[in-house]
Design a protein around this ligand. Structure first.
Ligand SMILES: Cc1cc2nc3c(=O)[nH]c(=O)nc-3n(C[C@H](O)[C@H](O)[C@H](O)COP(=O)(O)O)c2cc1C
Length: 184
């Protein structure tokens, strides 16, 4: 652990990472954006293929178009910034894992830097094709989502059909040595 960082506080912050969908209009400062992009760049990937490029989206028109791809991501219209993750499109299985890793690191880093973030998924193949069209991504590359970033006003799911909050208890999640053998 780097000197000066309180490990327990950092871990507690990781645990408190929530999906943010509504943000202040305040832009993400350039130095913070740079820090977050470095975190993305240094994320580990299968065989260190680094199968990604990142599109920083701040143009309200682009954000509006993305928000219209699918109703559950309509809040993207009002975010100050989103990063689209563009994958090589060579190995869907490992790239899905890599995409999850980079997304989560961005969300955690944003939280530690006093911001918040949220993932927004484009949806099915037709909706992903529309996202590729908006973002100028060729058909042989893959893109499933953007990570929105900014200063959240809430982490409450404001959508008409909100996802359930909270988490299952550890007692339901953890086995010992074989699946289903509950701990003590
Ligand atoms: C694969 C995946 C797709 C998601 N897609 C959306 C989405 O399209 N729109 C949205 O608002 N949230 C989306 N989310 C965020 C989830 O709703 C969120 O992670 C979950 O409800 C837990 O939120 P919490 O950490 O704030 O409790 C997605 C999350 C994942 C992992």
């Amino acid at each position: 652990m780097a000197a000066g960082v309180n490990a327990r506080e950092a871990v507690r912050e990781m645990r408190n990472v929530r999906q943010a969908r509504l943000y202040e209009p305040t832009p993400v400062p350039d130095d913070i954006l740079h820090e977050l992009l470095e975190v993305a760049r240094w994320t580990g990937s299968a065989r260190n293929t680094q199968p990604w490029e990142f599109i920083v989206i701040t143009d309200p028109e682009q954000l509006r178009k993305i928000s219209e791809i699918r109703t559950p991501i309509n809040w993207v219209a009002a975010v100050p910034l989103a990063i689209a993750i563009v994958l090589n499109g060579e190995d869907a299985t490992t790239e899905a894992f890599d995409e999850g890793r980079v997304t989560e690191r961005l969300l955690i880093a944003a939280r530690l830097l006093g911001l918040g973030g949220g993932t927004a998924w484009f949806g099915d193949e037709a909706q992903r094709a529309r996202a590729r069209e908006i973002l100028g991504i060729p058909a042989d590359r893959a893109a499933h989502s953007v990570v929105a970033l900014g200063y959240p006003t809430t982490t409450k799911d404001h959508r008409p059909n909100p996802a359930a909050g909270g988490r299952k208890p550890l007692a339901e999640l953890v086995s010992e040595n074989r699946l289903g053998k509950r701990r003590g």
